[in-house]
Design a protein around this ligand. Sequence first.
Ligand code: COA
Length: 258
Amino acid sequence: MSDILVHTEAGVMTLTFNRVQRKNSITSAMYAALADALTQAQDDAAVRCVLIQGDATIFSAGNDIGDFLNAPPAAGKDAPPSPVFRFLHGIAAFPKPIVAAVCGPAVGIGTTLLLHCDLVYAGDNSAFSVPFVNLGLVPEAASSLLLPQMLGYHRAAEALLLGEPFMAEAALEVGLVNRIVPPTECNAIAQAQARKLAAKPLSALVETKRLMKKGNAAATRERMDEEGQSFARMLREPAAREAFTAFMEKRKPDFSAL
Ligand code: COA
């Protein structure tokens, strides 16, 4: 079974994280599969909307930490785009609507990818976190721009500097999610909403989304690229190496000398 399931029906391409035993943490191969699926969804006239989902217990634990340690994405301005950046560029510029169904933890990119979705349905067990600092890293997916815009500076600083999870109610209050639903119904509710979108005139959807995003599109891409350069560099620095090694060894990281 693939770690990313791709299924298209009734105009909706559903992308399902399918690595539950590893809490749907995302490997390089999974980013490549997601990026390829988005390219296909963009080009295929039969796909009118994309839905991204996990299961009722876990959305995604973010980037696979073993991958961070052993195969970090290429650093440097002229490095070829790695799968994670192909995915991020693809989702940020994706012209058709994207719906997300989130239950359980949504860590790191599990939360930041939602900033590029149009509708987000969350189980009442969902927990969002962006613990980049705790890993010796910086925000990605343009979240250093988009989270302060959405949450206000101080709440964004609390999320990004402390890295503690915030729950479904807080996410609803700040507008990160549209509705809180029972976890066992979340994927079905999101699917129904995606199908509603898929039944609408695609050209009007695409043009409306483009207009809503227009004011932020260039700044988003620019910030994503700047973050990407810092992120790729900091992945190789001692703080991040200590954080990843500590996670693998199931101990608390020791940043006292860093
Ligand atoms: N990368 C690689 N493996 C991961 C992972 C990740 N991001 N997240 C979880 N796993 C693995 C665990 O190591 C564990 O493996 P094991 O069974 O061999 O011990 C397995 O998935 C189950 O995870 P566990 O931590 O036991 O589940 P939990 O329900 O107690 O906690 C999370 C779930 C998501 C809160 C917790 O796993 C977590 O914090 N993960 C790391 C998140 C993170 O920092 N991601 C990077 C963001 S940039």
